[in-house]
Design a protein. Structure first.
Length: 423
């Protein structure tokens, strides 16, 4: 694999959301971002020299995993078995069973000879493919066979499988009959147009019944539904966008003018430090990644701030404490302790001086939050840390009520605890 080198680009803006952004994959137009079951991130580029890239460290560095058959990788998705699917604009649907090392091509003839726009995976072998004029195709056998499943003759550019009920599939369409459609029978049939007149390029599920969408239409409206997509209202206008994501810090939208964030449920947005035309926006825990086009293209990433405090005291072993308060709404505190390194004979090394962490060796620490299905939803810590006792704030304002787990790992140490969010 070819390693992609990176350089640092810092873009500054307002005081509240001042961020340092790092540019990677310099000069490459990125159209898609996705994550596999192992938290590896993939980026798909556009054009005759398109590539698929993979990062194992939250976007810090990338390897080339595929030439993408020389055509735009509009969308990528992974099923529960780890199969990777890539909606290639003109080559067909690419499928890999080994993390992108090898691909088989399902030709466009399977999809009505129409170019592919998007791919999404549901549970139990369901795969959905959106086309550039032949509607939606569905597989119920992990992509081995496909049949036309609705919205025939339409250009469908976005698909989303409901994360609470996999029978619900949401579709965004453009050009003729543009708007929003939904299925309640695993994509077998679709509703009438539920948000007509909008070129829907992105849909985000905020909670069990709340959806947001963005459009490339001239109005640039950000729309919200509180009933699973049956009815919609605009919360903001003037943002022609093609990407939308949720993060611990707020709702993110990407499009003309760059990246914007809302901390008040989409009522208002402010620029989030990227002012270059953007398409995909993707979050993994508190890390945000944005795909950018043109000569300044690439993947830009930053790590959002979480409240980490160091009390200075040092324990003799790793400790992960129960969060408090618990149950909580919406902020809770997680405390943990890191011991000093061991000497050759197994004894803890002494710490010198008045600063308890001054001369101790750092260790790699990860503190991750998972949902009930074991999906990684927040990366609170992923860095080298000195021995000491720490507390971390987790703000779950943008997550639904339910049971969550947090896990501390460092070397051979691993421990998890359960917490309850009640809203």
């Amino acid at each position: 694999m070819k390693k992609i080198l990176l350089f640092l680009l810092v873009i500054s803006h307002g005081e509240l959301f001042s961020q340092s952004w790092t540019q990677t994959l310099n000069g490459i137009t990125i159209w898609s971002l996705a994550k596999d079951m192992g938290s590896n991130i993939y980026a798909g580029s556009t054009g005759s020299n398109s590539r698929i890239f993979k990062s194992t460290n939250s976007g810090v560095s990338w390897d080339t995993v595929s030439s993408a058959n020389g055509q735009t990788a509009f969308s990528m998705a992974f099923d529960s078995l780890g199969h990777m699917f890539v909606a290639n604009s003109t080559a067909g649907l690419l499928k890999s069973t080994n993390g992108g090392l090898n691909f088989t091509v399902i030709p466009l003839s399977v999809f009505g000879s129409s170019g592919l726009q998007y791919v999404a995976c549901g549970k139990n072998g369901y795969v959905y493919v959106a086309t550039n004029g032949a509607g939606i195709y569905r597989s119920i056998d992990t992509g081995n066979t496909f049949t036309q499943a609705g919205l025939a003759g339409m250009q469908v550019v976005y698909l989303l499988v409901d994360r609470f009920n996999p029978a619900y599939v949401y579709a965004g369409a453009t050009q003729t009959n543009n708007g929003f459609y939904r299925s309640t029978d695993f994509g077998a049939t679709y509703s009438s147009n539920l948000n007509a007149g909008k070129n829907i390029f992105g849909v985000m599920q905020y909670s069990q019944s709340v959806l947001y969408s963005v459009t490339s239409s001239a109005s640039g409206s950000v729309d919200k539904s509180t009933d699973g997509g049956l009815t919609w209202n605009s919360t903001a206008t003037g943002y022609v966008a093609r990407g939308i994501a949720n993060s611990p810090l707020g709702i993110l939208i990407a499009g003309n003018g760059g990246l914007f964030i809302s901390t008040n449920s989409g009522s208002t947005f402010t620029n989030y430090g990227i002012t270059i035309s953007s398409t995909p926006v993707f979050t993994i825990g508190n890390v945000t990644l944005v795909g950018v086009s043109g000569t300044s293209g690439g993947v830009y990433y930053n790590v959002g701030t979480v409240g980490i405090s160091n009390t200075g005291s040092v324990a003799n072993s790793f400790q992960l404490y129960q969060n408090y308060p618990n149950p909580f709404n919406p902020v809770t505190v997680i405390k943990f302790a890191i011991p000093p390194p061991l000497s050759a004979n197994g004894a803890y090394l002494p710490l010198s001086g008045g600063d308890a962490t001054a001369n101790a060796g750092a260790v790699g620490v990860r503190l991750i939050v998972y949902d009930m299905l074991g999906r990684e939803i927040a990366v609170l810590i992923n860095e080298s840390m000195q021995p000491g006792s720490y507390s971390v704030d987790w703000d779950a304002s943008n997550f639904p009520s339910g049971v969550y787990f947090y896990k501390l790992t460092s070397g051979d140490f691993s421990e998890s605890k359960k917490m309850l969010l009640v809203k």
